[in-house]
Design a protein around this ligand. Sequence first.
Ligand SMILES: [Zn+2]
Ligand SMILES: [Zn+2]
Length: 392
Amino acid sequence: MAVAAAVSSSSFDFMLVGFVDELDKIETDYLKTASIKPTVWWRYIDDIFFIWPSTPDELFSLMDGLNQHTPGIKLTLEHSLNSINFLDVTIYRDSYHKIQTKLYTKPTDSFFYLHYTSCHPTHTINNLPFNQALRIKRISSTPEELKKSLTVLKLKLNRRGYPSNVIHQGILKVLNEPLSISTNLTTTNPQTNIVTNTTKYYPKVNLRSIITTNQKRLENHGDTESLHNCQIRICYKRNLNLRDLLVKSDIPNKDNTKPHGCYRCKRNCICCNFFLESTEVISRYNGKIYRINNHLDCNTKFIIYLITCKNCRIQYVGQSGNSLRVRLYGHNNDIKKFNDTPVAKHFNTTGHQFQVQIVTKTSRNTNVRLRHEESILDLLATQAPGGSNEQN
Ligand SMILES: [Zn+2]
Ligand SMILES: [Zn+2]
């Protein structure tokens, strides 16, 4: 008897990296020694699909074993003889006992596709029906299911303002082409140098045509002559959306029970070794002082931090959605690998000594955090040439 089972984890407090490490261990340690092994075992981050070649009782004892093997991780099991949902796919047996697949959408899915009038590059919006239809075609193993899911897609896209002809063209393109179109990506001549220009998207500015009309001029100018024979690629980064602008700030209230300032966690972590415990940070460039108004330590997440070279007193401001402890592993890695980052470049030359402080706890929202970082960076004047932060 074969039982298809999808397993997913339900403890999200773990840092994902640590978590996946643990799952790796399950795969290498526990499963190898299990008396009955799944016939397939496929994992996507922390969701696992496997086919079980034995009885449900044996399956439950495997699950118990797995959960006891790694304390702190709780795997929850969904299993069925006939049909199971895994990520966005339902895997089921048809009436001939053949395994088929179809699109799975969560009952709570509100189908909030990007609205047709949203301020995004036209190609992004116009390609959405095609991309969604392609996803459905890849997932649906029978023409009936494909047709059913495409009908639902048409309806949902219509409700999001997509004109019928845009939807129709996208779907038609998917239906007319072989499934392998996804791999026919446009390839560029490896000899061509590609220069990427990343910018925010402004609907009224046709950047592509500005660059095309001025490319010759750029190539002939002393500052930009390196663009000769280069292909300029434009990449758009996301603008602030209403959610970013309106979301309630989650900078926490001041914690009055513990002393304000930044302190070692006292577990002798990588951070403790380089930490300067203090109640304020001082700009070595303009003498300005920022008083720390939370209690912070090596494990505080969502932070802005300040690195100071004890010898030449040059400073660098950075932000992290993680703790300083985790962030310092990143800096340490950059230094070890001689990466081209301001911090690594400075501390890879001789005669410098690393010291770090946390300036403040800040928002979980990356955009808000980046803006906060910018204001601290301005206050402490850590931009080059006075400091170590690169000029924007
Ligand atoms: Zn520490
Ligand atoms: Zn230095």
